[in-house]
Design a protein around this ligand. Structure first.
Ligand code: F6P
Length: 549
């Protein structure tokens, strides 16, 4: 079944939200907390070892009621069922969207074109397990008989960001293998990686759903040439494996068909780390931990599928985001994990969120007359506090932020962890409470600051406050909790796409640049600049004139 095509602004719930917004736009969270001692109790969710406190938002229970009405009116429950059941919801590519099937139990039945895809998924998983075990144990060896020490994941976008993020996040659980990621077509990137490697002990995992991506193919060819300086053509089969849907192109590259880990077109690149695309994760942390990641995601899938909207973590996060994006006109959202391990979460979710929901045409084919995809950005705290927090606290823009923290530190360094977490709690409190003129003046009085200086400084030291945050507090960073966290954001993206009436699972917007780059490459190679706007022509001529100088 196709998703419905209702323009959300035409619903009754949206009209009610507009009226409600006019009452809420100047509401003070501080006052809302003062009026209701039980606010945090009412506006939080607890599930497994996740706690989400969303009480520090410019909302009342009525806001949430109206937002859930909006979701209901737009047929969210049917959409969720279609998503999990393998309906063709990626209509512009005529595909199902089934990353959830990749982490489903072996007993589940998910049908695509009349075939249950679960047995095939588990067959690939078993192949990944066997391969990972052979590499990590040293049973599988390189062309001179040495065990592998280094793994290079060659891929870009979804074929890089997910594995790179998860390998970084799960560093604590890592084995002896050194994992490298080559993504950019920038030759300096691949050269910087190559110089650290020994061809005798390096295994290359080429990851490309299509096996047509310029960056990945160029990097793979460069690496193969470098490898063949030491090894022979027949050794390629021992050192190169591939993850792809395009088996023909993979075998043409010289990869042994036994070393191909297949994936299907119903797995979107940015949602693919659960598939064989996660091979470098499995190699880095072992298959059991990779499976833990899948289990955690599966638990979140069940929570999302089965919980009523008002108790549903992905739904609540998505609705709050719609509230700020479409009513408060907030343009971006910050993601601040208080753990260095989640350093790559923001870049990963930038693709997830912005490639999915950066759309301006509705499912009805009409240009939308409201805002869609938010801009996602962020860095781990406390580093972020010393970088861009000034703007969130005292700038002119409203930036809702998700704070993600863990109760238990992995190495048990409680002194550091208590300091880290005191910052975590302090920041959301400061962002909400702000600091009034009276409070600043009281501090000045205590410091016995002279009247003129106090008068001058006062406006600069006031914090307006009322900055919304969600606090996501998780027991411990484990493969399982990471899986649940990623799935939480995946489903948030899905819910937003349903509400905004857009197709979240295609990415036509990346094509134009690729096409133009191909024709410009031809012009650069032949040193003939064709017809362009005067800026592009001027730049190309400058580049060609200065090249090789
Ligand atoms: O940037 C466009 C895109 O198609 C992404 O959606 C995808 O993750 C990436 O390129 C890589 O594609 P592939 O895995 O086919 O090489």
């Amino acid at each position: 079944m196709a998703l419905n095509t209702t323009n959300p602004t035409k619903t009754a719930a949206w009209k009610k939200l507009e009226v409600h917004f006019s009452e809420m736009q100047n509401a003070s969270m501080k006052e809302l907390f003062q009026l209701d001692d039980d606010r945090a109790n009412k506006l939080h969710l607890q599930w497994n070892d996740f706690l989400i406190d969303y009480s520090k938002n410019i909302i009342t229970p009525e806001t949430m009621q109206l937002l859930t009405e909006l979701a209901t009116e737009l047929g969210l429950q049917n959409a969720i069922n279609d998503y999990f059941d393998g309906a063709i919801i990626n209509q512009t590519e005529n595909r199902a969207v089934l990353h959830t099937a990749l982490r489903a139990d072996e007993s589940a039945v998910v049908t695509v074109d009349g075939t249950n895809v679960i047995p095939e998924i588990h067959e690939v998983k078993r192949k990944m397990e066997q391969f990972s075990n052979q590499v990590t144990s040293g049973e599988r060896k390189g062309f001179t008989g040495k065990p592998f020490t280094d793994i290079v994941n060659i891929g870009i976008g979804g074929s890089d960001l997910g594995p790179a993020m998860a390998v970084e996040a799960l560093q604590y659980y890592k084995n002896h293998l050194k994992i490298h990621f080559v993504s950019n077509v920038d030759g300096d990137h691949v050269n910087e990686i190559i110089k650290k490697l020994d061809p005798e002990t390096t295994l290359f995992v080429i990851v490309s759903k299509t096996f047509t991506t310029q960056e990945t193919l160029t990097n793979s060819e460069t690496i193969k040439k470098w490898f063949l300086r030491t090894a022979k053509q027949q050794d390629v089969a021992k050192h190169f494996v591939a993850v792809s849907t395009n088996i023909e192109k993979v075998t043409n590259f010289g990869i042994n068909p036994d070393n191909v880990f297949p994936m299907r077109d119903w797995v979107g690149g940015r949602f693919s780390l659960w598939s064989a695309v996660g091979l470098s994760i499995s190699l880095a942390v072992g298959f059991d931990n990779f499976n833990g990641l899948l289990k955690g995601a599966n638990k979140m899938d069940k929570h999302f599928k089965e919980s009523p909207f008002d108790k549903n973590m992905p739904v609540i996060l998505a609705l709050l985001s719609v509230w700020y994006n479409n009513f408060f006109d907030a343009e971006s959202e910050a993601l601040i994990p208080y753990t260095q391990y989640l350093q790559k979460l923001a870049p990963y979710l930038q693709q997830g969120t912005m490639e999915s929901n950066g759309k301006s045409v509705g499912r009805d084919g009409k240009t939308v007359n409201y805002q869609t995809g938010t801009i996602i950005w962020g860095e781990p705290g406390t580093n972020a506090q010393h970088a861009f927090f000034q703007l969130i606290h005292q700038g002119t823009k409203l930036i809702p932020a998700d704070f993600i923290g863990y109760v238990t530190p992995l190495y048990g360094n409680q002194d550091h962890h208590d300091k880290l977490m005191s910052n975590f709690f302090a920041q959301t409190e400061a962002l909400m409470q702000g600091k009034s003129e009276e409070q600043v003046q009281a501090e000045f009085d205590q410091q016995k600051l002279c009247v003129d200086e106090a008068k001058f400084l006062l406006p600069f030291k006031v914090f307006e406050g009322n900055k919304p945050t969600n606090t996501i507090l998780i027991q411990k960073l484990t493969p399982e909790s990471l899986g649940s966290l990623i799935a939480l954001y995946e489903h948030k993206i899905f819910v937003q796409g349903v509400i905004w009436n857009i197709f979240s699972f295609d990415q036509w917007g990346v094509e134009l640049g690729k096409q133009l780059a191909n024709s410009i490459l031809e012009e650069i190679s032949t040193k003939t600049v064709k017809k362009h706007d005067s800026s592009t022509a001027f730049l190309l001529n400058h580049f060609l004139n200065c090249k090789n100088k």
